[in-house]
Design a protein around this ligand. Structure first.
Ligand SMILES: Cc1ncc(COP(=O)(O)O)c(C=O)c1O
Ligand SMILES: N[C@@H](CCOP(=O)(O)O)C(=O)O
Length: 482
């Protein structure tokens, strides 16, 4: 069995990390001495004189005003120009609300790598490591601890964060303020983007609008935006239909789009890759397996890893595997065709409902990431993904069906020898199993048509008398002693 780790982004995914930028910008950690670290307790005023966490940040910033490095900046460029941004004159400020290039291609956030290279890999490793677990705003966040690589010019005061990220690896042994008025933030969702969006909008006091495919997401996913006060539209279509509608609506109304079509969204997601490296003390895993739907994640992981390589924190990047449900597998089919022709599919129902997506927005980004990382695409049938989920749960986790899809890819690639027995493999677990309890109930009740449910563990019905309880217990203990 490969030594693999599960990376859980379960509770607070670094998805729509919403940030609101003022027109003004401020220089960021202005010190040449690594690491530019949050002030210590002794440098801070007594707790009671600090009014709020942002005030504390201001105090910290005042303490670090010396600068002798270039300003860190970033801008939108057409995705088609990412290999050579100088090949295109087209670029946009990150303060602009723009989702597509003039030619209609996706965009990408391009960082001034020369400015970032002012510091070497050791500096960045130390800086990021020194922020883990700290309470200083905003660096206690797994996302904003990498602020210089995410949205360098944002004022700390304008960040909305719940100190997300810093999700632990489990060993498997056992918005910014805009230069256009925006009245709300919207997304189409299969249940998770909407949950994150509604939580952060509620926290920031901004209206959120979510388009959900009616009856295609779990109750637990539906209830979160409802509870967080989002304006929820349950639309009689699938995710791809919702995505099309939100694109049309956000082109007409002052609603900021939080889906990964918005390339700024991916900058937050990218930090999960940096976290993986951090948690391995900057040793690069051989493989990272990511379940794929709208395909923003696979590119975000690639981008995070490749920035770490380019800026000298590591010397290589892992091979990436994108795992899809066989019932919603447009990327897998494209990969199998030798990247000849991409055809969107009508996504069929899958237990991995959050990746029931047939026309992924980030298809071009995913292909780029996979090609650049010598990557692979795998698929999982319903039975395979449910079995894999149940097997993982039986080791003490409580995984979601999408994690089952990624674990199936691991199982298949190990079986075929593509992933070697000593390869270090990280499987990204994208949602908490508690969001998908109905599928687990059906599985453990063996109540799924045409599925053997091999790892079902149904409760034993037993009479309320000592003898009956003893009988079943003895039988159980005997079975365990073999
Ligand atoms: C739980 C879960 N897993 C995996 C994914 C796939 O991520 P992506 O859409 O970035 O491919 C999504 C969203 O699609 C999701 O909600
Ligand atoms: N699984 C996603 C689908 C939308 O993807 P996004 O990355 O474009 O927001 C969800 O949870 O809604």
């Amino acid at each position: 069995m490969a030594a693999f780790s599960l990376f859980s982004t379960a509770h607070v995914t670094p998805k729509p990390t919403l940030h609101f930028i003022k027109a003004s910008t401020s220089d960021l950690p202005k010190t040449s001495a690594p690491p530019s670290q949050p002030s210590t307790q002794s440098q801070q005023p007594p707790l009671k004189t600090r009014h709020n966490i942002r005030e504390e940040a201001r105090l910290h910033n005042a303490a670090t005003t010396a600068t002798n490095h270039p300003r860190f900046t970033a801008k939108y460029v057409p995705f088609t120009a990412i290999s050579d941004p100088s090949s295109s004159d087209e670029s946009y400020s990150l303060d602009e609300i723009v989702y597509r290039s003039q030619s209609g291609s996706l965009l990408d956030v391009h960082h001034d790598m020369a400015a970032l290279k002012h510091f070497d890999g050791a500096y960045w490793r130390n800086l990021f490591d020194s922020r883990v677990g700290k309470t200083t705003w905003p660096f206690g966040s797994g996302v904003w601890s990498k602020k210089e690589w995410v949205l360098p010019e944002i004022d700390d005061d304008d960040i909305v964060s719940a100190f997300e990220g810093n999700s632990n690896l489990f060993w498997a042994e056992r918005l910014r303020k805009m230069n256009k008025p925006v009245v709300g933030v919207g997304c189409a969702s299969t249940g998770d983007t909407s949950a994150a969006l509604s939580a952060y909008c509620a926290s920031a006091g901004i209206p959120s609008i979510v388009f959900l495919p009616a009856n295609k997401i779990s109750m637990a996913q539906l209830v979160q935006p409802i509870a967080n006060g989002a304006f929820v539209l349950s639309i009689d279509t699938d995710f791809d239909g919702c995505m099309q509608l939100i694109r049309e609506v956000t082109a007409e109304l002052p609603i900021y789009l939080a889906n990964s079509l918005n390339s700024l969204r991916l900058e937050g997601q990218k930090t999960a890759a940096i976290e993986i490296l951090q948690q391995f003390d900057w040793e690069v895993p051989d493989w990272v397996i990511v379940p794929g739907g709208n395909l923003g994640n696979i590119y975000a992981f690639y981008k995070g890893f490749s920035m770490c390589k380019e800026l000298g924190l590591v010397d290589r990047i892992p091979r990436l595997v994108c795992a899809q449900a066989a019932n919603a597998n447009p990327l897998y089919l494209y990969y199998k065709s030798g990247w000849k022709e991409f055809k969107p599919v009508k996504a069929n129902t899958t237990f991995a409902s959050a990746i029931q997506i047939g026309d992924p927005v980030s298809i071009d980004r995913a292909v780029y990431a996979l090609q650049k990382s010598n990557g692979i695409v795998e698929e999982a049938t319903e039975e395979e993904l449910m079995d894999a989920m149940a097997q993982a749960d039986s080791t003490g986790m409580f995984t979601c069906p999408h994690t089952g899809v990624a674990l199936t890819a691991l199982i298949k690639l190990r079986r075929s020898g593509v992933i070697g027995p000593t390869d270090r493999t990280v499987v990204v677990s994208t949602a908490h199993g508690l969001k998908f309890t109905q599928s687990k109930i059906d599985y453990h009740s063996k109540d799924i048509k045409d599925m053997a449910c091999r790892y079902a563990n149904p409760p034993v019905q037993v009479k309320a008398d000592f003898g009956s309880v003893m009988d079943v217990l003895k039988k159980y203990l005997l079975s365990k002693s073999h």
